[in-house]
Design a protein around this ligand. Sequence first.
Ligand SMILES: Cc1cc2nc3c(=O)[nH]c(=O)nc-3n(C[C@H](O)[C@H](O)[C@H](O)COP(=O)(O)OP(=O)(O)OC[C@H]3O[C@@H](n4cnc5c(N)ncnc54)[C@H](O)[C@@H]3O)c2cc1C
Length: 467
Amino acid sequence: MTTYDIIIVGAGPGGSMATKCAAEKGLKTIFFERGRKPGEKNSSGCGLGPRLWREFPLMMKELTPEKCPSLRAGAAARNYFINSEGIVAGYIMTRPTESVSYEPAKSWITMNCYRNEFDPWIAELATNAGAELKTSTLIIDLLKEEGKVCGVIDEHGIKYKASVVIGADGAISMVAKQSGLRSKWSHTQITAVPQYDFHAPPNKIDDIMGDEALAVWWSALFPASYQVFFNDGFHQGLGNWLDKWDRNPLYYLNEVINLKYYQRLLKILEAKPRELQCHLLPWLKFPYNTHTDGVILIGDAGGFPCPLEAEGIYPAIVTGKAAVECAANAITAGDVSKKALSNYDELWQKTSVGEDFKSGEELYNIWKALPFSPKETMSWFVPMFMEVMGGIYDWSQPHATRVREIASQIKSYMPQALPFIMKYVFPLIAKIFENDLDKLMDPSKLMTVLPKVLDMIPKKKQRGGIN
Ligand SMILES: Cc1cc2nc3c(=O)[nH]c(=O)nc-3n(C[C@H](O)[C@H](O)[C@H](O)COP(=O)(O)OP(=O)(O)OC[C@H]3O[C@@H](n4cnc5c(N)ncnc54)[C@H](O)[C@@H]3O)c2cc1C
């Protein structure tokens, strides 16, 4: 039986980063991948955020179009608002704003690429650093001595021993289960995400979408749906927590695809469906049970995708690095007990991932209640928002009359909007600005003022006229 310092199960972005860091520290490291090559078993594409370049500039400089031909940088994001008749009631295109402080993020918001290029690229960084990669190898159990984890067992019964095992094996983590850290995610902790992968000619994408990186489709008809553009195609997908689906998720995804506007877009982009996929993605308020004796969980296995929009690659890479930092110290000290590995939680919580989870509960709650509650919330949110954005484009009335009509219409949404603001928006604002709350408005005072302001809005005036 071969013995290693660290064994890593899974060669996704988290596993490969952890392996790279361990090998660079001179630790004897092996990582296992059940796919024939890294990236074969994942969602086929992704958007990489600028935090990766900000935090790991030397590594990310190596991700060139030669190594990753699907790479496509985009500076614009579009938000489509679909009304309950399935019509695009409006859209807003946004670009990086003046307050963006990280210079590269002023020219692109995401770099999009296919995982069958990205995952092998990052895995190669790990093997170049001296680690051993075993592909087409399914790890089915953990090796234990006196009840403590000390390695892994593959599907052929071959045993591998190590001081620390890192679970980088994604949403349905065998390591989490067999180490006793978690049996299953609850329905409020995991999302099912079906998506279509479309092929489209690169020149069509460039000519029609310009520098748009992605789009979000907001509607009362389906949970928020995302669109990500690669160099020769795009994804259209949507997800929701398992407790939120009342029908087959594909029914809702097809609602997007069947929109008249969407069909037009497919036609002008000359898009052809290439693949239909469905994956699970953990989406938590806060990661818990992240480690035990001789075991650390990272990335999806540990529940680290961002609590707001489930960006998962950056957190997997950051937690992979933190896990190795912690494991290396524990191995040197000769103590890999749960207590010794508890430093892992301190390490990841100090990172930008930890910063997001500080307001994890509030971010999770508002997101779940807004775009992922189409019937309950988006049914009033979309018309209210479009009233604000587009109401003024009506030239059939005098302008002042129009403004009064818009205000009155907006007021009619307040019975739904005000409780929503109280329940979800104020707690988030209070959390984000908790150290400066005294400088901001007092939410309870605001709630006494707001109804008075609303009372000042006149009722719809009878239209006067000349006889
Ligand atoms: C549809 C969809 C779209 C997404 N889009 C984005 C996006 O645009 N940007 C973003 O940042 N994130 C995105 N995410 C989230 C992101 O994909 C994950 O958070 C990220 O891949 C997590 O990385 P990981 O290394 O923890 O796990 P994974 O990427 O899941 O890697 C786990 C690896 O372990 C292997 N494995 C599993 N079990 C075993 C085993 N027993 N033995 C051997 N190997 C095993 C798997 O084959 C896999 O390669 C998306 C997720 C989904 C589902």
